[in-house]
Design a protein around this ligand. Structure first.
Ligand code: HEC
Length: 139
């Protein structure tokens, strides 16, 4: 009797655990979408410090810095019609999330002698948000 009731209790707990897992899983895609949207929003705010020097959309002009349209997975210093420094032209790297992250942390450490007057962004989270925004907006 005692044993049967503990089996029933265990089964009940299993059902409850399964139901809770299902409920959490159902919420996950929505939570992920919210987090992605929040990250893009943060990235857009952070991009204010780049916008003075860089446009992102096709056809927009170069400013002090090159238009960053199509920058992801592209070779460094490849925007048509922009006068890059010799240092950047001589660098051999491709812009992806990893190289972009290092560049945003400290441009002068990635390509010494480049002419981008920007000290860097210390927070890894902020850099990730900024890269997510640029990747989405520069397509
Ligand atoms: C004061 C102007 C200025 C600001 C602010 C600035 N940049 Fe730049 N950026 C430049 C210049 C100039 C270059 C070209 C450097 C060279 O030729 O050495 C450059 C180059 C780059 C490149 C390489 C482009 C390529 O075609 O390889 C990337 C990527 C970049 N900047 C991203 C950013 C981001 C993101 C921000 C904001 C956090 C930012 N920059 C802020 C002026 C600026």
């Amino acid at each position: 009797m005692c044993e049967r009731s503990s089996v029933a209790k265990w089964a009940g707990m299993m059902v409850l655990a399964m139901a809770m897992t299902a409920a959490v899983q159902a919420q996950q895609p929505a939570a992920e979408a919210d987090a992605a949207a929040a990250e893009l929003k943060r990235g857009r705010l952070l991009y204010i410090q780049c916008r003075a020097c860089h446009e992102l959309k096709a056809g927009e002009p170069h400013k002090v810095g090159p238009n960053l349209h199509g920058i992801m997975d592209r070779k460094v210093a490849a925007a048509q019609g922009f006068a890059y420094s010799a240092a950047l032209k001589g660098a051999s790297l491709v812009w992806n999330r990893e190289t972009f992250d290092k560049w945003l942390e400290k441009p002068s450490a990635v390509v010494p002698g480049n002419s981008m007057a920007f000290a860097g962004i210390a927070s890894p989270k902020d850099r990730a948000a900024l890269i997510a925004y640029i990747a989405a907006e520069s397509k």
